[in-house]
Design a protein around this ligand. Structure first.
Ligand code: ATP
Ligand code: MG
Length: 137
């Protein structure tokens, strides 16, 4: 059994795609064990994406992630990290298959609708970054 952090990014929230994305999660059999809506500050977004601090796209990414509210979720299931990343599709939404969430709801390599943890250590950091133990069922 694994847990992973999923985000619905500001582009997809602004476009009203939260319901369809949550429905896709539930239809996939992943369990939604925590969920909340919030609007990240610049410092909170920088802390979340600290592994990308040296990348050329970092400042643009932080601006994007703080432009409006997001939805944060913890998903649970066997192999949840890979299952959620497979549902999302590849980073670049313009190359993502149309049966993936990024292919349906993303519009560029940056504005790609969703986030998912990429490994067990990042999943542990990221779920703890957004949710206290008491908030995770
Ligand atoms: P995420 O971590 O959000 O699930 P990912 O693991 O597929 O996405 P990362 O390489 O971790 O991709 O990049 C983090 C985020 O930074 C991407 O989801 C995207 O929003 C943005 N990003 C990645 N590469 C680029 C790029 N070359 N130009 C602009 N933005 C980028
Ligand atoms: Mg990543």
């Amino acid at each position: 059994m694994q847990r992973t952090l999923a985000l619905i990014k500001p582009d997809a929230v602004a476009a009203g795609h939260q319901g369809k994305i949550i429905a896709a999660i539930q239809e996939s059999g992943l369990r939604l064990v925590a969920i909340k809506s919030l609007h990240l500050s610049t410092e909170q977004a920088r802390g979340f994406y600290h592994v990308h601090a040296e990348r050329p796209f970092f400042n643009d990414l932080v601006t994007f992630m703080t432009e409006g509210p997001i939805v944060a979720m913890v998903l649970e299931g066997d192999n949840a990290i890979k299952r959620w990343r497979d549902l999302m599709g590849p980073t670049n939404a313009t190359e993502a298959p149309k049966d993936t969430l990024r292919g349906q709801f993303g519009t560029s390599i940056e504005r790609n609708a969703t986030h998912g943890s990429d490994a067990e250590d990042t999943a542990a950091f990221e779920t703890g970054y957004f949710f206290a133990g008491l908030e995770r069922l």
